[in-house]
Design a protein around this ligand. Structure first.
Ligand SMILES: NC(=O)c1ccc[n+]([C@@H]2O[C@H](COP(=O)([O-])OP(=O)(O)OC[C@H]3O[C@@H](n4cnc5c(N)ncnc54)[C@H](O)[C@@H]3O)[C@@H](O)[C@H]2O)c1
Length: 273
C-alpha cells in the first residue's frame, strides 16, 4: 500500500539492528514510499552484519557512527549529504541502550557511570545529531525529525530504571530543538511514544513479557506493532504533517488514556475468586 508519500525526499535512518528493529521497518516503508536514505548504526552493531541485507534491499548506503561521538556524527552528516546529493528532508533517531538494564541493576542500585552512558546514548545523542545538522545546515526547509520514546517518560514503570529519565530528556530535547529548528529552517521535531515492541532493546528489559501483555490487555486497539509505528513515522516525514512539531505523539493503541479495561477487570475478578 505505497502512495509515493516520500517521493524525492532524502534522509538518515539510525538504529536498524535486525529485522525486529523498529528502524528496520521504517527503512522498508520509507523505501516503498520513494525515499532515498543513508542507514547508520554503531560500529559495534555493524559487526553483526544484518544491516547489509537491509542496505541491499533499500539500495541505501551505510555510514557507521557511534551516536555519542560528535566526530562520528559530523562524518555521518557530511557523508550522507554527499551520498544523497544534497540536504536532508528527514531523520529517524531510533537509538536506546542502558548498561544498567543490561546488567539487571534495580533502581536503587544504579551504577552512575552507566547511568551517564544511558543518558548519552539514548538522549544526548539526539541533541548531538541535531546540533551537528544545524551547524552543517544539513536540513532542507520543511524537513522532519522523529525520535522514538516510551510512556515511561511520563509514568513510573518497574524495571525501566534509568531509561525512564533518558526518555524524559529525549522528549524535552525534541521540544527545545523543535522550537529552534522551526524558527531557523521550518524543520519539525517530534517524538513518537511507541507501545512495548518485541525487539532486541525491548526484550532486554526484565519483566518485558509481563508488561507487554499488560499493555496489550489495557489498550482497546492492542499494542501497536513495529510495522504500524513505521507507518506513523512515514506520515510524520511526509508533507501531510507539516505543522506538527514539538509534540510527543502517543502511538500505543489507546494505552495512555485508558484507566482499566474489561480484560484487566475480568482478570482481577478471576484472581480474587
Ligand atoms: N521495543 C520497545 O518496546 C520500544 C518501545 C518504545 C520505544 N522504543 C525505542 O525505540 C528505539 C529503537 O529500539 P528498538 O526497540 O527498535 O530496538 P533495537 O535494539 O532494534 O534498536 C536499538 C538501536 O540502538 C542502537 N545503538 C545503541 N547504542 C548506539 C550508539 N552508541 N550509537 C548508535 N546506535 C546505537 C543499536 O545498535 C540498535 O540498532 C529506541 O529508542 C527504543 O527505546 C522501543
Amino acid at each position: 500500500m505505497a502512495n509515493n508519500l516520500l517521493a524525492g525526499k532524502v534522509g538518515i535512518i539510525s538504529g536498524a539492528l535486525n529485522e525486529k528493529s523498529i528502524a528496520w521497518k521504517v527503512a522498508q516503508r520509507a523505501h516503498a514510499e520513494g525515499a532515498r536514505f543513508v542507514l547508520t548504526n554503531a560500529p559495534l552493531a555493524m559487526r553483526m552484519g544484518e544491516i547489509n541485507k537491509l542496505s541491499e534491499e533499500c539500495n541505501a548506503p551505510i555510514i557507521p557512527a557511534d551516536a555519542t561521538s560528535v566526530e562520528d556524527l559530523e562524518k555521518l552528516f557530511t557523508g550522507a549529504q554527499e551520498q544523497l546529493g544534497g540536504k536532508l528532508d528527514f531523520m529517524l533517531h531510533s537509538i536506546g541502550m542502558s548498561p544498567n538494564i543490561r546488567k539487571g541493576k534495580n533502581y536503587g542500585e544504579l551504577n552512575y557511570q552507566w547511568f551517564q552512558q544511558t543518558i548519552d546514548i539514548s538522549a544526548l545523542s539526539f541533541h548531538k545529531m541535531l546540533a551537528v545538522a544545524e551547524k552543517q545546515d544539513a536540513f532542507n526547509e520543511w524537513g522532519s525529525v522523529v525520535a522514538l520514546s516510551y510512556i515511561a517518560a511520563q509514568r513510573a514503570f518497574l524495571d525501566y530504571t534509568d531509561m525512564t529519565q533518558a526518555k524524559a530528556m529525549l522528549e524535552s530535547i525534541a521540544r527545545s530543538y523543535g522550537q529552534r529548528l522551526g524558527k531557523l529552517k521550518k524543520v519539525r521535531v517530534n517524538t513518537v511514544s511507541q507501545s512495548p515492541t518485541k525487539t532486541t532493546a525491548g526484550a532486554g528489559i526484565s519483566g518485558f513479557d509481563a508488561f507487554y501483555e499488560f499493555a496489550d490487555k489495557m489498550s482497546p486497539l492492542g499494542n501497536a506493532p513495529a510495522e504500524a509505528c513505521a507507518d506513523y513515522c512515514i506520515s510524520l516525514f511526509s508533507d501531510l504533517t507539516r505543522y506538527v512539531t514539538m509534540q510527543n505523539l502517543m502511538h500505543d493503541g489507546g494505552f495512555s488514556t485508558t484507566g482499566i479495561s474489561q480484560e484487566m477487570a475480568d482478570l482481577m475478578e478471576k484472581a480474587n475468586g
